[in-house]
Design a protein around this ligand. Structure first.
Ligand code: ZN
Ligand code: ZN
Length: 123
């Protein structure tokens, strides 16, 4: 799935998706965490990092997390003083404003989820 970050020029820059050992470590500590953006490792400024455990997710969850992480890029890294709640909310608001997709949080772990098949039918 090719998602992109909007440049200042209004054009999009392509984002890479990659497995990341920091994401694996974060997932081992908190099973809700499958992905991150703004990875502290060099060369990953435009990468959405994934824990290998993402292979156990459903298509709806992977699509939800992809959009949510893209939302983080669109919203920007934000203020380090900002609470985590605000950054998470800002990501989902950015997704809604850009794509009109409302993020759902489902299951025991409240993982991001969207209707993947419906999303793929959109023009
Ligand atoms: Zn990473
Ligand atoms: Zn997030």
């Amino acid at each position: 799935m090719a998602f992109a970050r909007r440049r200042r020029s209004g054009k999009f820059k392509k984002l890479k998706h990659s497995f990341c050992k920091l994401a694996d470590e974060a997932h081992a500590v908190d099973p809700r965490l499958y992905s991150h953006t703004f990875c502290p490792q060099p060369g990953r400024e435009h990468t959405v990092c994934w824990a290998r455990a993402m292979t156990e997710l459903t298509d709806d969850q992977v699509a939800g997390i992809c959009l949510h992480e893209l939302g983080h890029y669109m919203a920007g890294p934000g203020d380090p003083e900002e609470s985590e709640y605000d950054a998470e909310k800002a990501a989902d608001v950015a997704v809604f404003l850009e794509f009109g997709v409302e993020m759902a949080y489902k299951g025991d772990n409240l993982i991001q989820s969207v209707d993947y098949r419906k999303l793929m039918r959109r023009k």
